[in-house]
Design a protein around this ligand. Sequence first.
Ligand code: DGY
Length: 319
Amino acid sequence: MPGPTVWIPRRLSDATLERAQASYDCIINWEDGLSGADDLIEMSAKADAVIPCHSEHYSADVAARLDPRLKIIANHSVGVDHCDLPALKARGITVTNTPDVLSDATAEIAMLLMLGAARRAVEGDRMVRSGQWNTWSPSFMVGKQVSGARLGIIGMGRVGRAFAEKARGFGMSIHYFNRSRLSPEQELGATYHDTIESVLAVSDFLSLHCPATPETTGLMNAERFSQMPDGAVMVNTARGALVDETALMAALDSGKLAGAGLDCFVTEPLGNPAFAAYQNVFTLPHIGSATVTTRDAMGFRALDNLDAFFLGKTPGDVL
Ligand code: DGY
């Protein structure tokens, strides 16, 4: 009997593709182009499993039209806001993700964005690169110091905790809001706040690490920005949907926020071209987990989930 066929719609790491091909009949999108709803539906009739990224949208409409051949969506991502989980569950499709393995890489990017926004990296880089650096004085390019400042974290899951660990190395005091309070072993001295408003009030720096859900969409809006200390810096490495981008620009325009670091945008790919006018916004193209080590680990975690499924076991990361 032929083994399962796996559709791989994006160019995953070489090590992942090698292992996938050793275990399964694979249909690989070597060109790496994006797949729309019709492609997802067409391919569901040709494969028993798919390893999508957050760029493939399994909406309720797509879920309703998938071929019954597709049994498992083994995501190559920790975030699953691109999957309508209830609709997929209703179709009897197993969905998994890849937690843990990308926490450090994403926390590194959050740190890069925080430091870059605080110390005016975009402005300074542009100045040197364009040959326009023609002065120096003690009042030149003065930024905001990270060391010793208060860091607010919204969403103290694996990535939030990995970021807190790195921020402790900078002597930051950690404050967090989470759906539930962590154990003392996980809290490691961080201060728990039982409301978002309370954590915002002490966030000289704020980093978002919660998933995008209907409840968290537009979490950072005009009112919430107004609750932060003057001159605060916000970092988002989670999902663009968490931030009202118009409200963020208004907070930057008014000086309420001194800067922002964004790896995620409401519209991806592309981002929001209006941020180009802001030298105090450090932007990156959703590359939080983009390291060789992490890409391999994500691919392997997705394959571990597939292997378990096809051995008749419950995958470790079933949602
Ligand atoms: C994730 O895993 O959710 C990252 O955003 C990359 O897709």
